[in-house]
Design a protein around this ligand. Structure first.
Ligand code: NCD
Length: 308
């Protein structure tokens, strides 16, 4: 079994054994960071960000730099040849000879998949529109594995924008492949999980799902609360966004009845959905989750490059 040369476009591209290999290596890196600081000497990461990003882009860059490699790319497509009308296919054909591995974020669903068909280096999807975000899923699953002890057998509530939130789509898709998890989907009616994903869960058979608009009514029973931002940039009109944007605001008080070992996750950036007073609560793990994103990306890139 080897991940060398593979692309990561959709979380289902990897088997559970391959995901385990990434998490095992991430945990080794956490324990001895120094041991990995030159494994990517001479390697170049191409970072093509056609859409805004802070954590994903910088954590990919940090991950490559921490392994002794280098980074090139753009974070604003208006300053690249894309502004002249260049296609993703042409950009990636050229980039394949400039970089050894490429991460791409794009507002159009499917753009990284298309890129992978023209590339001769591994392509990683850094988020495509409202579709998928597999490397956030790696960070999320490592967080769950380390802090909850297992990726199986948890009751997880997803709260907020389940319609457009790509981090939720990728995480639900992946968690449903592990056994014993139960999902509670908490969202306003207009922002419910897309039908194709719900049907996939139902078809899967062994997944217990419950939908509600009321977070407080389920807070006592959950092991993991995955909060999300209302995805302003995917709305068709401002009025709908304004009406829905403050649907859920999690404060420390609202956790009074929650389990003492429950964890609150969030892919970040947060806007209003988690109040700052919660940061002091030890159940708030979103900053740890962001830090774990670096280690999973180090593990992922070193395995795809075959340097380990
Ligand atoms: C997420 C994204 O870009 O989808 N952020 C991230 O990568 N950590 C979540 C979001 O933007 O709300």
């Amino acid at each position: 079994m080897s991940l060398k040369g593979k692309h990561l476009i959709d979380p289902n591209d990897f088997t559970l054994e391959e995901l385990d290999e990434i998490f095992d290596l991430s945990e080794k890196i956490i324990k001895d960071k120094e041991a990995y600081n030159s494994i990517c000497n001479g390697k170049i990461l191409g970072a093509l960000f056609y859409e805004p990003s802070t954590r994903t882009r910088l954590s990919f860059e940090s991950a490559m730099l921490r392994m002794g490699g280098r980074v090139l790319g753009f974070s604003d497509a208006t300053h690249s040849s894309v502004a002249k009308g260049e296609s993703v296919a042409d950009t990636i054909r050229v980039l394949s000879s400039y970089a050894d591995i490429v991460v791409m974020r794009h507002p159009k669903e499917g753009a990284p998949r298309l890129a992978s068909q023209y590339a001769n280096v591994p392509i990683i999807n850094g988020g495509d529109g409202g579709h998928q975000h597999p490397t956030q899923t790696l960070a999320d699953l490592l967080t769950i594995r380390v802090l909850k002890g297992s990726i199986e057998g948890n009751k997880i509530a997803f709260c907020g924008d389940l319609k457009f939130g790509r981090t939720v789509h990728s995480l639900i898709k992946t968690l449903s492949r592990y056994s014993g998890n139960k999902f509670i989907l908490v969202s306003p009616n207009e922002l419910r999980l897309p039908k194709y994903l719900k049907n996939m869960l139902i078809k899967n058979g062994n997944i217990d799902i419950y939908e509600t608009e009321d977070l407080e009514s389920v807070i006592e029973e959950i092991d993991i609360l995955y909060m999300t931002r209302i995805q302003k940039e995917r709305f068709f009109n401002e009025a709908d966004y304004v009406r829905l944007k403050d649907s859920y605001i999690l404060t420390r008080n609202k956790l009074n009845n929650a389990k003492s070992d429950m964890i609150v996750m969030h892919p970040l950036p947060r806007v209003n959905e988690i109040s700052y007073d919660l940061d002091e609560d030890e159940r708030a793990v979103y900053f740890t989750q962001a830090r774990f994103g670096i280690y999973t990306r180090m593990a992922l890139m070193s395995l795809l490059l075959g340097v380990i």
